[in-house]
Design a protein around this ligand. Sequence first.
Ligand SMILES: CC(C)(COP(=O)(O)OP(=O)(O)OC[C@H]1O[C@@H](n2cnc3c(N)ncnc32)[C@H](O)[C@@H]1OP(=O)(O)O)[C@@H](O)C(=O)NCCC(=O)NCCS
Length: 236
Amino acid sequence: MPHLLSLIREDVANVVEHDPAAKSSLEVFLCYSGLHAVWFYRMNHWLWNHGLFLVARMLSQAARFLTGIEIHPAAKIGRRLFIDHGHGVVIGETAIVGDDVTLYQGVTLGGTGKEHGKRHPTIEDNVVVGGGAKILGNIIVGKNCRIGAGSVVLRNVPENSTVVGVPGHIIFREGKRVVITDPKQINDPLSEALAAVATEVNKLRERVQQLEGSGTQGEPPSESMQRIMEDIDYQI
Ligand SMILES: CC(C)(COP(=O)(O)OP(=O)(O)OC[C@H]1O[C@@H](n2cnc3c(N)ncnc32)[C@H](O)[C@@H]1OP(=O)(O)O)[C@@H](O)C(=O)NCCC(=O)NCCS
């Protein structure tokens, strides 16, 4: 709390530096409701840590009414959190957010409803979470990750990865394209069906090669398949 003013100055400077839409420090201070929500949270977290649970909860609800952003006072949030646009963001009680994290509107750092104790995610430093993304459960999103707009992330994400989709899967890791060769890894309800079709295609390819004679290589892969194969830097 005693540092609140210096944290406010730091938050404003951070937004002026990184948001191309920001025209002045005064505009950021007055108009960025994502920052207002974080400043409310800092105060409420202090109250919570000093045993004033009900007051902290009531003020966090007031902040939600004013900003459309709900941050539980018990959540642990690092420095320079930037909630851009912000409406609909929810940060749960046991969530942990590192430094220099950006969340867009509609992001949920929530529970799955099946866990107790630590049941919300840990978001490490320098992560960007796209609009509407849901990160659910006691999972860890590693440093420098980017979570695509609209993704639903249910499993740990290693550092320096980009995740998209429902359920979320990694498309880039350490700057390299990731191609999932085992359909089960995509964790999709259709995985079983895809795996069965892939197995069947492989059997048919082998059978065709046998019928054509063991020396022949068969048809070359299609153009789209070739493009995918050329793109592959990293397989999981
Ligand atoms: C995930 C994200 C960071 C990836 O950006 P990138 O590294 O430039 O990746 P690309 O745009 O090259 O996309 C790579 C692949 O992922 C797909 N993809 C990208 N974003 C996606 C998303 N949110 N959901 C599903 N698929 C997505 C692309 O279609 C592309 O697929 P392809 O290779 O089969 O064509 C970005 O697309 C994103 O969602 N950013 C969030 C931005 C946001 O929320 N802004 C709110 C402003 S108000």
